[in-house]
Design a protein around this ligand. Sequence first.
Ligand code: NDP
Ligand code: 8X3
Length: 249
Amino acid sequence: MIRTALVTGASSGFGAAAVRRFALAGWRVIATGRRAERLQTLVDEFGAECVHAAVFDIRDAAAMAAALDALPEGFREIDLLVNNAGLALGTLPAQQASLEDWRTMIDTNITSLVTLTHRLLPALIARKGAIINISSIAGSYPYPGGNTYGGTKAFVTQFSLGLRSDLHGTGVRVTSIEPGMAETEFTLVRTHGDQAASEKLYTGANPMTAEDIAEQIFYVATLPPHLNINRLEIMPVTQSFAGFQIARQ
Ligand code: NDP
Ligand code: 8X3
């Protein structure tokens, strides 16, 4: 049986790699994002019968609903929702950070994710499907400048666990995947386009790749149906924990 996945944030990074991973395994994939030309390359790569591009800003609930209503035959029965679209903006301490950046992160990482999940839940329950939410280690481990981004990811993790509890007995699986440092466009976006800062962060660090995370998403999605990974925290070997900070008088 051919299965269908909807992957948000498919124009880059984890999302694009996940679309490729699932499409290569014979799934149909709905790939969403704002950058139509990036999504079109995925359609061109795998064919319109395998990948459908749904172009919309995920913060626009009306555009999201219209895109879902317009899904072509063959893409309407969704088995897997991968809530991946998201971003960090800025690394300044809270007292210097931009409120606009904070609101953009909350709208994208939280409000859009719950809106899409709410919309697809009845269909996912009907098909005994699965939800994979891309959270972050930033939701568990605070760090300077992580403020609102970490807060949004703590929400994603806890929302995932709450969903799992509510969906008890439905057969729907829910997983929170919590990656550490992975080289994608994430830091370019976070720094508002500072390519040098992005390269500096990743150079010599041997970070995870988008493909590493796509492989985890695929693994979680294709486990035997009686198994549920609740949380999956993953880092590159080169990343670990540091201590608390002390302000001395
Ligand atoms: P990228 O910046 O490479 O990809 C982000 C994706 O999100 C893009 O496809 C982008 O599409 C989409 N997106 C962002 N805003 C919107 C919007 N308003 N409407 C629609 N789509 C949107 O980053 P990653 O692949 O690294 O990030 C994917 C997820 O993984 C995010 O949730 C991130 O927080 C999380 N994460 C990343 C880590 C990392 O180190 N890279 C570690 C842990 C978690 P477009 O711009 O075309 O709309
Ligand atoms: C991205 C991981 O550590 O840069 O979610 O916040 S981190």
